[in-house]
Write a protein of this length. Structure first.
Length: 86
């Protein structure tokens, strides 16, 4: 019973972490799009510069997503390794 509750708590924390991370990344992209659109409309940024910056933001966001997936799978890997060595 204790194992089950601990497992449920861990999954609850992991799902909250993944959800918040995903929402944060998408919020950053949304803010960049809104600010970039404003700059394009006012003439402070060219269309090509805006597209290039959006692509650059995507390049910077991907490693963060990868780090989050590693953080999620690391404890499972360590637990499996410990069971293997026993």
């Amino acid at each position: 019973q204790r194992y089950r509750q601990t497992k449920l708590d861990a999954y609850r924390i992991m799902s909250a972490s993944n959800s918040l991370s995903y929402m944060g990344i998408r919020l950053i992209q949304l803010v960049v799009m809104i600010a970039g659109s404003y700059l394009v409309i006012t003439g402070g940024l060219s269309n090509g510069g805006f597209v290039g910056f959006l692509l650059l933001v995507g390049v910077f966001v991907r490693p963060i997503e990868k780090i989050n997936s590693v953080i999620e799978t690391y404890p499972k890997g360590i637990a499996g390794f410990r069971r293997y060595t026993e």
